[in-house]
Design a protein around this ligand. Structure first.
Ligand code: ZN
Length: 195
């Protein structure tokens, strides 16, 4: 039985997620923390064991990322402070990549400024300096270790999401003036939404 808010969309969701995995009927959307929520600055812990709990978290994060039309999501953003990231930079949004306990093992010397946005900072986009290419070692959802050699958007996305696990949001690369302006804007939007 799928858990949905209304229970009415089960069939549609069932079809949407058919073929995704055996746990697809138990996935749920997770609330995404919004900047400047202090919980976004917590440093995530290593995952001890890639077990059913972690796989459930991964499934929920993937669903949450797609629902929010994101290309990456870190567990920190859904208030789970463990080193888990999901990413999908494919055009079809059908190739989720799971990185558990990711470690940067190589970075290119070349960097570039990349225009970034974040599900935790809706509506804000700005330039951040990132390595052109990175190699990262991580476990997948089955606990298997692998090395990913990432370039272009995937490389940027991995760096952005790994920052989240260290408690860092991309706006912290911007000037204090810009950051404060964003903070004020976010708080105002959140107050209006709460009304
Ligand atoms: Zn983000």
């Amino acid at each position: 039985m799928r858990k949905t808010k209304s229970g009415e969309n089960s069939d549609i969701l069932e079809n949407l997620w058919a073929g995704y995995g055996p746990d697809s009927c138990t996935m749920a959307l997770l609330p995404v923390l919004c900047y400047p929520d202090p919980r976004l600055h917590r440093v995530a812990k290593q995952v001890d064991a890639v077990d059913a709990r972690i796989r459930r978290l991964v499934d929920d994060m993937v669903e949450t990322m797609y629902d929010a039309k994101g290309i990456g999501l870190a567990a920190t953003q859904v208030d789970v402070h463990e080193r888990v990231i999901v990413i999908d930079v494919s055009d079809e949004h059908d190739s989720p990549m799971v990185l558990i306990n990711p470690q940067l093992i190589w970075t290119s010397q070349e960097t570039h400024v990349n225009e970034e946005g974040c599900l935790s900072v809706p509506g804000i986009y700005d330039g951040v300096v990132r390595f052109d290419a990175v190699h990262v070692q991580a476990l997948d959802q089955h606990g298997a270790s692998r090395t990913i050699e990432a370039v272009e958007l995937l490389a940027v996305c991995i760096q952005h999401e790994m920052d989240h696990l260290m408690g860092k949001v991309f706006v912290e690369y911007l000037s204090p003036l810009k950051r404060n302006r964003i903070k004020t804007k976010m708080l105002k939007a959140q107050r209006e939404e709460a009304r």
